[in-house]
Design a protein around this ligand. Sequence first.
Ligand SMILES: Nc1ncnc2c1ncn2[C@@H]1O[C@H](COP(=O)(O)OP(=O)(O)OP(=O)(O)O)[C@@H](O)[C@H]1O
Ligand SMILES: [Mg+2]
Length: 257
Amino acid sequence: MTDILTINGLVRRFGGVTALAGVDLSLEAGQIRALIGPNGSGKSTLINCVSAVDRWDEGTIVVDGAPVKGRDSVAAARRGIARTFQTLRLFDDMTVLENVMVAMHHSRGYGVFSAVALLPRYRNSEARMRKRALGLLDRVGVAPYADLIAGTLPYGHRRLVEIARALALDPALLLLDEPAAGMNDAETQRLAALVASLGGDDGLSILVVEHNMDFVASVATQVTVLDNGRIIAEGTPAEVREHPDVLRAYLGSEENA
Ligand SMILES: Nc1ncnc2c1ncn2[C@@H]1O[C@H](COP(=O)(O)OP(=O)(O)OP(=O)(O)O)[C@@H](O)[C@H]1O
Ligand SMILES: [Mg+2]
Protein backbone atom coordinates (compact mmCIF):
# COMPACT_ATOMS: atom_id res chain seq x y z
CA MET A 1 0.00 0.00 0.00
CA THR A 2 1.16 3.54 -0.68
CA ASP A 3 1.31 6.02 2.15
CA ILE A 4 -0.80 9.13 1.85
CA LEU A 5 1.02 10.58 4.88
CA THR A 6 4.58 9.99 6.06
CA ILE A 7 5.97 11.83 9.07
CA ASN A 8 9.64 11.42 9.94
CA GLY A 9 11.38 12.66 13.09
CA LEU A 10 8.90 15.43 13.79
CA VAL A 11 10.00 17.78 16.57
CA ARG A 12 8.03 20.81 17.75
CA ARG A 13 9.21 22.87 20.69
CA PHE A 14 7.39 25.72 22.41
CA GLY A 15 10.08 27.47 24.43
CA GLY A 16 11.08 24.92 27.05
CA VAL A 17 8.24 22.52 26.20
CA THR A 18 8.88 19.79 23.65
CA ALA A 19 5.39 19.08 22.34
CA LEU A 20 6.63 16.56 19.75
CA ALA A 21 9.91 14.82 20.46
CA GLY A 22 10.70 12.97 17.24
CA VAL A 23 7.51 11.42 15.91
CA ASP A 24 7.39 8.94 13.02
CA LEU A 25 3.94 8.15 11.73
CA SER A 26 2.47 6.92 8.51
CA LEU A 27 -0.99 6.52 7.11
CA GLU A 28 -1.82 4.26 4.20
CA ALA A 29 -4.16 5.56 1.53
CA GLY A 30 -7.70 4.67 2.50
CA GLN A 31 -6.80 3.89 6.11
CA ILE A 32 -8.36 5.33 9.25
CA ARG A 33 -5.81 5.77 12.00
CA ALA A 34 -6.64 7.10 15.43
CA LEU A 35 -4.24 9.25 17.42
CA ILE A 36 -4.78 9.02 21.15
CA GLY A 37 -2.90 10.04 24.27
CA PRO A 38 -3.33 11.92 27.54
CA ASN A 39 -4.00 15.68 27.62
CA GLY A 40 -1.00 17.66 26.46
CA SER A 41 0.68 14.69 24.77
CA GLY A 42 1.02 16.53 21.44
CA LYS A 43 -1.96 15.31 19.41
CA SER A 44 -3.26 18.72 18.32
CA THR A 45 0.28 19.93 17.71
CA LEU A 46 0.76 17.07 15.28
CA ILE A 47 -2.50 17.87 13.47
CA ASN A 48 -1.49 21.54 13.36
CA CYS A 49 1.83 20.63 11.73
CA VAL A 50 0.37 18.28 9.12
CA SER A 51 -2.27 20.86 8.16
CA ALA A 52 0.49 23.51 8.07
CA VAL A 53 -1.36 25.70 10.55
CA ASP A 54 1.83 25.47 12.60
CA ARG A 55 5.51 25.07 11.77
CA TRP A 56 7.97 22.62 13.32
CA ASP A 57 11.60 22.52 14.34
CA GLU A 58 12.84 19.26 12.88
CA GLY A 59 11.62 16.46 10.67
CA THR A 60 9.62 16.08 7.49
CA ILE A 61 5.96 15.68 6.60
CA VAL A 62 5.09 14.25 3.20
CA VAL A 63 1.50 14.13 1.94
CA ASP A 64 0.63 12.44 -1.32
CA GLY A 65 4.29 12.33 -2.31
CA ALA A 66 5.11 16.00 -1.75
CA PRO A 67 6.56 17.73 1.34
CA VAL A 68 4.34 19.99 3.45
CA LYS A 69 5.70 23.43 4.24
CA GLY A 70 4.96 24.79 7.72
CA ARG A 71 2.66 27.76 8.34
CA ASP A 72 1.06 27.69 4.90
CA SER A 73 -2.37 26.29 5.60
CA VAL A 74 -3.89 27.78 2.45
CA ALA A 75 -1.41 25.85 0.29
CA ALA A 76 -2.11 22.73 2.35
CA ALA A 77 -5.87 23.17 1.88
CA ARG A 78 -5.39 23.56 -1.88
CA ARG A 79 -3.57 20.24 -1.87
CA GLY A 80 -6.53 18.61 -0.18
CA ILE A 81 -5.21 18.48 3.38
CA ALA A 82 -8.44 19.14 5.24
CA ARG A 83 -9.06 19.37 8.97
CA THR A 84 -11.46 20.17 11.73
CA PHE A 85 -10.46 21.89 14.96
CA GLN A 86 -10.67 20.72 18.56
CA THR A 87 -12.40 24.02 19.29
CA LEU A 88 -15.03 24.77 16.66
CA ARG A 89 -14.09 27.34 14.07
CA LEU A 90 -17.17 28.12 12.01
CA PHE A 91 -18.27 31.50 10.78
CA ASP A 92 -21.12 31.83 13.28
CA ASP A 93 -22.81 34.74 11.48
CA MET A 94 -22.94 32.99 8.12
CA THR A 95 -25.43 30.34 7.08
CA VAL A 96 -24.57 26.68 7.29
CA LEU A 97 -24.45 26.47 3.50
CA GLU A 98 -22.19 29.53 3.22
CA ASN A 99 -19.79 27.98 5.72
CA VAL A 100 -19.31 25.03 3.40
CA MET A 101 -19.17 27.10 0.21
CA VAL A 102 -16.45 29.32 1.65
CA ALA A 103 -14.15 26.30 1.81
CA MET A 104 -14.74 25.58 -1.86
CA HIS A 105 -13.00 28.83 -2.72
CA HIS A 106 -9.87 27.29 -1.24
CA SER A 107 -10.26 23.97 -2.91
CA ARG A 108 -8.45 22.86 -5.99
CA GLY A 109 -9.54 24.75 -9.08
CA TYR A 110 -11.13 27.80 -7.47
CA GLY A 111 -8.65 30.54 -6.64
CA VAL A 112 -9.57 32.74 -3.70
CA PHE A 113 -9.04 35.84 -5.78
CA SER A 114 -11.20 34.81 -8.69
CA ALA A 115 -14.00 34.28 -6.17
CA VAL A 116 -13.53 37.66 -4.59
CA ALA A 117 -13.35 39.41 -7.93
CA LEU A 118 -16.48 37.63 -9.15
CA LEU A 119 -14.86 36.56 -12.38
CA PRO A 120 -17.11 34.74 -14.84
CA ARG A 121 -15.45 31.45 -14.02
CA TYR A 122 -16.67 31.87 -10.43
CA ARG A 123 -20.18 33.03 -11.31
CA ASN A 124 -20.72 30.08 -13.60
CA SER A 125 -19.65 27.71 -10.93
CA GLU A 126 -21.67 29.28 -8.10
CA ALA A 127 -24.76 27.18 -8.75
CA ARG A 128 -22.68 24.04 -9.01
CA MET A 129 -20.90 24.85 -5.75
CA ARG A 130 -24.23 25.41 -4.03
CA LYS A 131 -25.45 22.04 -5.18
CA ARG A 132 -22.27 20.34 -4.10
CA ALA A 133 -22.34 22.05 -0.68
CA LEU A 134 -25.91 20.86 -0.17
CA GLY A 135 -24.83 17.36 -1.09
CA LEU A 136 -22.07 17.47 1.52
CA LEU A 137 -24.45 18.77 4.19
CA ASP A 138 -26.74 15.91 3.31
CA ARG A 139 -23.82 13.48 3.56
CA VAL A 140 -23.12 14.50 7.17
CA GLY A 141 -26.83 14.73 8.04
CA VAL A 142 -27.47 18.45 8.47
CA ALA A 143 -28.93 19.44 5.06
CA PRO A 144 -32.27 20.58 6.60
CA TYR A 145 -30.37 23.38 8.38
CA ALA A 146 -28.56 24.67 5.28
CA ASP A 147 -30.12 28.14 5.39
CA LEU A 148 -29.91 28.68 9.15
CA ILE A 149 -27.26 30.89 10.72
CA ALA A 150 -24.50 28.51 11.79
CA GLY A 151 -24.19 30.01 15.28
CA THR A 152 -27.79 29.11 16.10
CA LEU A 153 -27.31 25.35 15.56
CA PRO A 154 -26.86 22.98 18.48
CA TYR A 155 -23.24 22.16 19.17
CA GLY A 156 -23.28 18.61 17.78
CA HIS A 157 -24.73 19.85 14.49
CA ARG A 158 -22.10 22.57 14.21
CA ARG A 159 -19.42 19.91 14.56
CA LEU A 160 -20.95 18.10 11.57
CA VAL A 161 -21.00 21.32 9.54
CA GLU A 162 -17.29 21.62 10.20
CA ILE A 163 -16.80 18.14 8.77
CA ALA A 164 -18.86 19.05 5.69
CA ARG A 165 -16.67 22.10 5.27
CA ALA A 166 -13.54 19.93 5.43
CA LEU A 167 -15.05 17.57 2.85
CA ALA A 168 -15.61 20.54 0.55
CA LEU A 169 -11.85 20.61 -0.01
CA ASP A 170 -12.20 17.23 -1.71
CA PRO A 171 -9.61 15.97 0.74
CA ALA A 172 -6.72 13.70 -0.06
CA LEU A 173 -6.20 13.55 3.70
CA LEU A 174 -8.76 14.33 6.40
CA LEU A 175 -7.59 15.29 9.89
CA LEU A 176 -10.18 15.33 12.68
CA ASP A 177 -9.22 16.74 16.08
CA GLU A 178 -11.60 15.35 18.71
CA PRO A 179 -14.70 15.47 16.49
CA ALA A 180 -16.88 13.92 19.22
CA ALA A 181 -15.91 16.42 21.91
CA GLY A 182 -19.07 17.86 23.46
CA MET A 183 -21.39 15.39 21.71
CA ASN A 184 -23.82 13.18 23.58
CA ASP A 185 -23.76 9.38 23.24
CA ALA A 186 -26.29 9.21 20.39
CA GLU A 187 -24.49 11.95 18.45
CA THR A 188 -21.15 10.25 19.04
CA GLN A 189 -22.48 6.97 17.66
CA ARG A 190 -23.86 8.67 14.56
CA LEU A 191 -20.54 10.45 14.10
CA ALA A 192 -18.67 7.14 14.35
CA ALA A 193 -20.89 5.70 11.61
CA LEU A 194 -20.24 8.75 9.45
CA VAL A 195 -16.46 8.65 9.93
CA ALA A 196 -16.36 4.91 9.29
CA SER A 197 -18.31 5.35 6.07
CA LEU A 198 -16.11 8.24 4.91
CA GLY A 199 -13.23 5.80 5.20
CA GLY A 200 -15.09 2.76 3.92
CA ASP A 201 -17.52 3.94 1.21
CA ASP A 202 -15.61 7.04 0.17
CA GLY A 203 -12.14 5.55 0.67
CA LEU A 204 -10.85 8.67 2.43
CA SER A 205 -7.59 8.59 4.36
CA ILE A 206 -8.33 9.82 7.87
CA LEU A 207 -6.26 10.63 10.93
CA VAL A 208 -8.58 11.14 13.88
CA VAL A 209 -7.73 12.35 17.38
CA GLU A 210 -10.24 11.06 19.88
CA HIS A 211 -10.39 10.21 23.58
CA ASN A 212 -13.44 7.99 23.39
CA MET A 213 -12.06 4.44 23.00
CA ASP A 214 -15.40 2.99 21.86
CA PHE A 215 -15.42 5.54 19.07
CA VAL A 216 -11.79 4.73 18.22
CA ALA A 217 -12.46 0.99 18.18
CA SER A 218 -15.44 1.38 15.88
CA VAL A 219 -13.73 3.55 13.25
CA ALA A 220 -9.98 2.92 13.26
CA THR A 221 -7.99 -0.09 12.11
CA GLN A 222 -4.77 1.27 13.61
CA VAL A 223 -4.08 3.41 16.65
CA THR A 224 -1.01 5.48 17.51
CA VAL A 225 -0.55 6.45 21.15
CA LEU A 226 1.33 9.61 22.07
CA ASP A 227 2.62 10.44 25.52
CA ASN A 228 4.75 13.51 26.21
CA GLY A 229 5.40 14.02 22.51
CA ARG A 230 6.60 10.45 21.90
CA ILE A 231 4.89 7.43 20.43
CA ILE A 232 4.58 4.82 23.17
CA ALA A 233 2.44 2.27 21.34
CA GLU A 234 0.97 1.43 17.97
CA GLY A 235 -1.40 -1.32 16.90
CA THR A 236 -5.02 -2.29 16.57
CA PRO A 237 -7.50 -0.74 19.02
CA ALA A 238 -7.58 -4.01 20.98
CA GLU A 239 -3.79 -4.18 21.14
CA VAL A 240 -3.23 -0.65 22.41
CA ARG A 241 -6.05 -0.93 24.94
CA GLU A 242 -4.14 -3.73 26.69
CA HIS A 243 -0.69 -2.21 26.27
CA PRO A 244 0.94 -1.70 29.71
CA ASP A 245 2.62 1.60 28.71
CA VAL A 246 -0.71 2.96 27.51
CA LEU A 247 -2.47 1.99 30.72
CA ARG A 248 0.35 3.57 32.69
CA ALA A 249 0.26 6.80 30.65
CA TYR A 250 -3.48 7.24 31.15
CA LEU A 251 -3.33 6.29 34.81
CA GLY A 252 -0.44 8.69 35.36
CA SER A 253 -2.33 11.53 33.72
CA GLU A 254 -5.35 10.88 35.92
CA GLU A 255 -3.21 10.83 39.06
CA ASN A 256 -1.65 14.14 38.03
CA ALA A 257 -4.92 15.74 37.07
N1 LIG B 1 0.98 27.52 20.94
C1 LIG B 1 1.55 26.92 22.01
N2 LIG B 1 2.40 27.60 22.81
C2 LIG B 1 3.00 27.00 23.85
N3 LIG B 1 2.82 25.72 24.20
C3 LIG B 1 1.99 24.99 23.45
C4 LIG B 1 1.31 25.54 22.31
N4 LIG B 1 0.56 24.57 21.75
C5 LIG B 1 0.74 23.48 22.50
N5 LIG B 1 1.60 23.72 23.51
C6 LIG B 1 2.05 22.74 24.52
O1 LIG B 1 2.45 21.57 23.83
C7 LIG B 1 2.03 20.41 24.51
C8 LIG B 1 1.14 19.57 23.62
O2 LIG B 1 -0.09 20.25 23.42
P1 LIG B 1 -1.23 19.70 22.48
O3 LIG B 1 -2.28 20.74 22.42
O4 LIG B 1 -0.64 19.25 21.21
O5 LIG B 1 -1.75 18.43 23.29
P2 LIG B 1 -2.99 17.49 23.03
O6 LIG B 1 -2.47 16.11 23.04
O7 LIG B 1 -3.74 17.95 21.84
O8 LIG B 1 -3.85 17.72 24.36
P3 LIG B 1 -5.47 17.71 24.58
O9 LIG B 1 -5.87 16.28 24.73
O10 LIG B 1 -5.62 18.46 25.86
O11 LIG B 1 -6.10 18.39 23.43
C9 LIG B 1 1.36 20.90 25.79
O12 LIG B 1 2.31 20.91 26.82
C10 LIG B 1 0.93 22.31 25.43
O13 LIG B 1 0.86 23.10 26.57
MG1 LIG C 1 -5.64 18.61 21.52
